[in-house]
Design a protein around this ligand. Structure first.
Ligand code: ADP
Ligand code: MG
Length: 347
């Protein structure tokens, strides 16, 4: 198969994905709101990735719009579109990222989900990610253009056993100049997500701390920003409430529980950095998964760098949160991460 192929190709999902989708489609899980949190978080990750790649290759950012996320309901079509102008996906990335689950512990998770009576409560804990959109949509179309590429691809699926990949039509390709557009054809019982007040409520509850502007594009009138887009960890403790911390924890960790412990401070001196760490109150279902890694996020001056830096010792891998450094270089490499004196001090 070559990328000059224009015909649509149907591809099967990885077995775990099919199982997961079956559970999603037939779920009686009431917390369907989380689908928007998951898609917004992916859009934000995509903007983070582009900003990071653009440090080495500024041309990728081009002269286009600032990085942002847009949410557009369309009542006549019954669709909700979540779009970003982040990194985008090329053909093979669509196949790899939206056809499999790469995360460790997935098999164990799917098995648990099937056997547990209230297993669907696990959905929020594990963060089923993109696939959670099948709780509210019976058909999903993803249109994507990787930054710097001329090809635009579509990924279409109605759940079931597979998805279709095709070259985007002219109109779609013309509209999606960079990044990803996700079009959800909402199920009848999920049409409430077309209401602007519902969208604002969910973004306010789960995604207020996303660092990029989230714009609501109403069917009539001007787009308006609906998140505060502030880095909460940069604010002073005295102006933050327990509720602010809880929201930040749930957003940063993709969790539903309350934080059992919150650690928020700023170190100044030879090195300056802000730290915001949380211990979950609910036991992660994959606590004993040996390959499970810490996921504390490293930022440098508000730019996300990695969640793979092993900022904490292995036995603290259940801790979630953010370390935002003022002094590390933005283009810090993996090797530098390992031997960096500032990170050693944080550890
Ligand atoms: P996770 O975000 O935990 O990796 P998801 O199921 O939410 O898992 O997403 C799977 C993968 O699909 C992401 O890791 C990313 O590579 C890709 N992806 C999803 N949404 C987007 C998007 N809007 N832009 C670019 N890549 C995306
Ligand atoms: Mg995700």
């Amino acid at each position: 198969m070559t990328t000059t192929d224009t015909a649509a190709h149907t591809q099967p999902f990885q077995a775990e994905v099919s199982e997961l989708l079956h559970l999603m489609v037939h779920s009686v899980y009431s917390e369907t709101d989380i689908f928007l949190r998951e898609l917004v978080s992916n859009a934000s990750d995509a903007c983070d990735k582009l900003r990071y790649e653009a440090i080495a290759n500024p041309a990728l950012l081009g002269e286009g719009d600032a990085l942002k996320i847009r949410i557009a309901p369309n009542k006549a079509a019954g669709t909700l579109t979540i779009a970003d102008n982040g990194i985008g996906m090329e053909r093979q990335e669509l196949i790899d990222h939206l056809g499999t689950i790469a995360r460790s512990g997935t098999k164990a998770f799917v098995a648990k989900l099937k056997e547990a009576k209230d297993g669907l409560g696990l959905i929020g804990q594990f963060g089923v990610g993109f696939y959670s959109a099948f709780m509210v949509a019976d058909k999903i179309i993803v249109i994507s253009r990787r930054a710097g590429e001329s090809d635009v691809w579509t990924w279409t699926s109605s759940g079931g056993s597979g998805f279709e990949i095709a070259r985007a039509g002219e109109e779609d390709a013309g509209r999606v100049t960079r990044g990803t557009e996700i079009v959800l054809h909402l199920k009848d019982d999920a049409k409430k997500y077309l209401e602007t007040y519902e969208i604002e409520r969910i973004v306010g509850a789960y995604s207020d701390n996303i660092l990029f502007p989230i714009e609501l594009v109403p069917e009539e009138g001007e787009p308006r920003q609906i998140n505060s887009a502030s880095a909460l960890w940069q604010r002073s403790k005295s102006e933050l409430t327990a509720e602010d911390y809880k929201k930040a924890y749930q957003q940063i960790a993709s969790a539903f529980d309350d934080p059992a412990m919150t650690l928020h401070y700023r170190a100044e001196g030879r090195y300056s950095y802000a730290v915001l760490l949380f211990a979950p109150s609910a036991k992660p279902f994959d606590l004993f998964e040996p390959s499970r890694k810490g996921r504390v996020k490293l930022y440098v001056r508000r730019v996300f760098i990695t969640d793979d830096a092993d900022l904490l010792p292995g036995y603290l891998r259940f801790i979630r949160g953010v370390v935002d450094s003022e002094d590390l270089p933005l283009n810090i490499s993996r090797e530098m991460l390992q031997n960096n004196p500032q990170l050693a001090q944080i550890r």
